[in-house]
Structures are given as C-alpha cells and as structure tokens.
Design a protein around this ligand. Structure first.
Ligand SMILES: Cc1cc2nc3c(=O)[nH]c(=O)nc-3n(C[C@H](O)[C@H](O)[C@H](O)COP(=O)(O)OP(=O)(O)OC[C@H]3O[C@@H](n4cnc5c(N)ncnc54)[C@H](O)[C@@H]3O)c2cc1C
Ligand code: SF4
Length: 505
C-alpha cells in the first residue's frame, strides 16, 4: 500500500531521508500552516523565504513525476496545523503509513511522536542524514566527558570527512588557524558586491501574502534578497567562493557601518532549509584551497564553522533538551529592551545590528554574538526573552541551532556547557573590530558617566555582580585580577553608571 510522506519546510532537498525510497503511488504532503508560521512572530522575510522555497520545491517534485499535495496558507479548509493537514490528507488518500524525517525542534518532535497513536497508523520518523555527524555519534563522543569542547569534536569531524587532511594530520600542521583571522578592516575596505536574485511570480505572490497576513510581524520585505531554489542557492555559494572566501578568515570578526555582509557566506538560511548540503559547501571551499584560490586560514576557518560549530550545536541541543532551555545560570531577570525591535538607541553598534536584522533577517556572527548578544549578557536580559528574539528575527533560525548559540554561547545561561567562559566584552572590543564607535554619540574612551560607552561600565558591573559564579572559572582569572585592581571609588562610579543606565532601559 501507499505511504504518505510529509516534508517539512526546512527539509527541501530531494535527498532527504523521507524520500529515499519514494514510490509511484505515494503521496508527498507539504503544508503552509498558521501554527508553524506564528508559534513565534517570525521575521516577515523568514516566512516569505520558506513559503516561496516550499512552493518551488513542491513544483520541482511534481515536475519529477511525484504526486504532491501542497496546501497553501489561504487554501479553503487549511486547518492551520501540521497534524490537521496530515489528518485531512489521510481522509482523501488511503495510506498504510506515514514517513517523515526527524524535525529540528523539540516542540514539534514531541508532537509528532504522538501521531501514530492518535492516527492509528504507523509513523516512521527517519534520521536526518543531512548532517555530517549522527546524533548517536555525538552522544558517544560526549559520553561522560566533563566538558564538551567544540574544538575536539571538530577534529573528529575533520578525520571523519577527510576535509583538509594530509593523511592522518591536519593540512598545514595545525587544526585551527584562528590566530591569522580576527583582523580589523583596512581603512576604506569595501566588501565584494553580492549577486541579486530576480524574483519570479511565485515569490512575488508570496511576498504579497506575507505582507497581507503577517504585516505586523518584525522586519521589512522591501529588500528581500533570498534565493528560493537550489539553483539560486548554488549560484550564491559559487559567488561566495569566487569573491568572498579568500578574505573570509581575515575579516571574519570585523564589523563596519553599512557593511551588512562583509565576506560572510550567507549560506545558513539555505543550509538549514535543505537547499544546500554541508558537505557540498565544504568540498567547494576545500577545492578553492587546493586550486590556490583561497588561503588555508580562510578555508579552515570556514569549514570549521560548518562541520565544527554547526554540527556541535545540533548535537548539544538534542543531547541536553528539554532541560537546557530552562537553565538561567546567571539568574538574569531584566526584560528585553524595546530597541531590540526598533533599533532606536544611541548605541550605534546595536542600532546597526538591528537595522541589518530588520532589513535582511540577517546579521553576521559577530554582530549576533558581540553586539546584541554581549549587550543581553551584560545587561542580564531574561534568557526566554532574548532567546525568542533570536528565534524570531533571523531567516536561518530554528531552535536546534539558535538555542545553543544564544542561550549557551551568547548569554552563558547554561553555565558553560557550550562555551568555556562568557563572551563578555567592553566597548574596547567593539571599537577594535569595527568603525561603529566613530559614529556613536557615546565615547568609547570614557569609562563612566552619561557620555561613556555603556558597554564599558556594564562590563565591569557584570563581572562585579556575577563574581561569585564566575571567579572560580579558570579562564576568568585575568579579568578578575583587573577587577580587583580597581579602586573603590571607581567601582562606585561604575555601579552608579550601570544602575542609572539599566533603570532607564
Ligand atoms: C547569538 C547567536 C545566534 C545565532 N543564531 C543562529 C541561528 O538561528 N541559525 C544559524 O544557522 N546560525 C546561528 N548562529 C550562528 C551564526 O551566527 C550564523 O550561522 C551565521 O551568522 C550565518 O551567516 P553566514 O551564513 O553568512 O555564516 P558564515 O559566517 O559565512 O559561516 C558559514 C556557516 O557556518 C555555520 N556556522 C557558523 N557559526 C555557527 C554557529 N555558531 N552555529 C551554527 N552554525 C554556525 C553556518 O551554517 C554558516 O552559514 C547564531 C550565532 C549567535 C552568536
Ligand atoms: S561607543 Fe560603545 S555603544 Fe557606541 S558604538 Fe562603540 S561600543 Fe557601541
């Protein structure tokens, strides 16, 4: 008998495990449902990207001869939930089982687990083999290790994939070339121009739908640039390898006013939705190195993000959920300031990061980590509120990848499962890595007072407030030594400035 094969919005690849043995007579079900589009108030571009990519993928499957039941958001009878749409499809299609690939969020995974019982039909949930590491491999690697450091997991992934390996040794004799990265931008540096995507009638229709139905969600559709097919995603990848990869490593941590992408790849939304696969991206980067087009520090740094960080956060998420999301190690209780939504703040670094986020549903890693993330950490924003913000505002955000990055890496709410110490920094870091401070109303050179950069006094106030929990961290020794050197009247000024600023938020 025939199977119903459910494809979720982030599973848009013909090589997805749920389609590996698809047969004539099976029905592929895809649905735009209200519940998924609104369980958080996703950025308009995130919804538009996914709906348009889903519609294009469904068409591709139909053209390949498959039977597809595609339910649009506004179709009559749309129940608004995935379970409702599967139930409705089963009324019209006689299936003896459902096949799907495991989803990317704990919330939905818990729901799907009960479908077999509710429907009285077998539901086969297949492993998502779009990743380099299986979840079992990660669990075995984690074993009873006291600390789960990405760097060691990454080396395993290099050995497993053979990427940038010279026999049993890493290419160039080192596993990690980050010491050659992290440069600030040379004066007048202009990043390479990006290819633009021509939108077809499908995308135009979706953009109208999103404006009409989700008009009050965060973000603007005015500069929607996402590709929505695999071919378009591949073209963006080629263009990145050709023009941006050579400088990717050097300027990976840099930021500049008006430079929304710098040399970053912009592949995350495609990768997480299935339009691109991790190994094809890494192999293209490795080839650029082998051909002498891009240096080792850039290519190693790039590949590490994908087979290292990306795989690692996924493993950590599924290993630690659901308790992971509930931790609040630093007992952060402050509400999310309104400027995370409006960008309306005198802190130029934050208004730039929020502007980029509003306009493109994108910000690059250092904007996410060292600007909006760093501020949330220093100001003690409630984990739930800042986590939800990150899940809403980025086109690449799914909980499996967003949560460890925000909850763990950015705000240290997990107490150090993900990172060995908090990524806390004063204005000096932002000033070193960007030109933001030149256009800011605050003075990065001032430590306290109304005109001082808030990151400066918030940084020391953060260490002071959290001393009991952080001083014992071996990697924080030096910063606490510096805190100890501060005179009492300086500490009083820091505490006063921080209190005044935070009270006014
Ligand atoms: C607070 C915070 C929240 C984040 N939320 C998300 C998210 O919701 N979704 C998401 O995909 N990434 C997230 N990241 C990781 C990273 O910032 C984005 O993957 C990256 O900015 C996407 O842009 P890019 O494709 O141009 O990346 P590049 O800088 O070009 O990097 C290449 C690829 O490496 C992968 N990568 C790099 N760093 C990470 C990382 N820390 N974790 C997982 N993958 C990584 C991504 O797939 C990315 O596309 C977050 C990071 C932080 C600090
Ligand atoms: S001075 Fe401070 S607030 Fe202003 S841009 Fe620099 S780091 Fe940001």
């Amino acid at each position: 008998m025939a199977k119903l094969r459910l494809i979720l919005g982030d599973q848009l690849n013909t090589r997805i495990s749920s389609l590996s043995d698809v047969e004539k007579g099976d029905l592929i079900v895809m649905a735009e449902v209200w519940d998924e589009a609104t369980y958080v108030r996703h950025h308009k571009q995130k919804i538009a990207f996914l709906f348009s990519a889903m519609r294009h993928f469904a068409r591709q499957l139909e053209e390949a001869g498959h039977a597809v039941r595609y339910v649009r958001l506004d179709d009559a009878g749309n129940t608004g939930s995935l379970f409702g749409e599967v139930t409705r499809a089963l009324k019209e299609f006689d299936a003896d089982g459902i096949i799907t690939t495991e989803c990317g969020e704990w919330r939905l995974a818990c729901d799907i687990k009960h479908w077999a019982e509710k429907l009285g039909l077998p539901v086969e949930i297949r492993e998502d083999d779009r990743f380099v590491s299986t979840l079992r491999e990660f669990r075995d690697w984690a074993g009873d290790r006291k600390t789960l450091r990405m760097e060691f997991f990454y080396r395993e992934m290099r050995r497993k994939t053979g990427l940038l390996m010279d026999g049993n040794d890493p290419e160039g004799g080192e596993w990690n070339f980050d010491t050659e990265n992290r440069k600030s931008l040379p004066k007048g540096y202009k990043s390479p121009a990006r290819k633009t995507v021509q939108h077809d009638s499908v995308t135009k229709e979706v953009l109208t739908l999103v404006e009409n139905r989700f008009g009050d969600h965060f973000g603007s559709l005015a500069d929607f640039r996402y590709g929505v097919t695999r071919d378009q995603a591949l073209r963006e990848l080629d263009s990145f390898i050709e023009t941006c990869l050579p400088d990717f490593g050097a300027y990976q941590d840099a930021m500049a006013t008006g430079e929304d992408y710098l040399n970053h790849s912009l592949v995350s939304a495609y990768l997480n939705a299935g339009l691109l696969l991790p190994m094809e991206i890494c192999e293209a980067a490795e080839e650029a190195f082998r051909e002498g087009h891009a240096p080792l520090n850039a290519v190693e740094g790039f590949i590490r993000q994908i087979i290292g960080w990306r795989e690692y956060v996924r493993g950590l998420y599924w290993l630690k959920m659901p308790d992971y999301a509930e931790t609040n190690y630093l007992n952060s209780q402050r509400s999310l300031p309104a400027f995370y939504w409006t960008g309306d703040t005198d802190m130029h670094c934050i208004s730039e990061a929020v502007r980029n986020t509003q306009e493109h549903a994108y910000a690059h890693h250092i904007q996410r980590l060292m600007v909006t993330g760093n501020f949330a950490l220093l100001a003690g924003i409630k984990p739930q509120e800042i986590n939800e913000w990150y899940l809403i505002v980025y086109a690449d955000a799914y909980e499996w990848v967003q949560l460890p990055n925000t909850h763990g890496m950015a705000i240290f709410a997990d107490g150090g499962m993900m990172g060995s110490k908090p990524y806390a920094a004063s204005g000096a870091y932002i000033n070193r890595m960007s030109n933001y401070c030149k256009s800011c109303r605050y003075a990065v050179s001032q430590k306290t007072g109304d005109d001082a950069c808030p990151f400066n006094y918030l940084y020391w106030d953060f260490l002071d407030r959290n001393e009991k929990k952080l001083r014992k961290n071996g990697r924080m020794g030096l910063v606490f030594k510096n805190l100890d050197r501060k005179e009492e009247d300086e500490m009083t000024a820091i505490r006063d400035s921080a209190r005044k600023f935070l009270d006014a938020l």
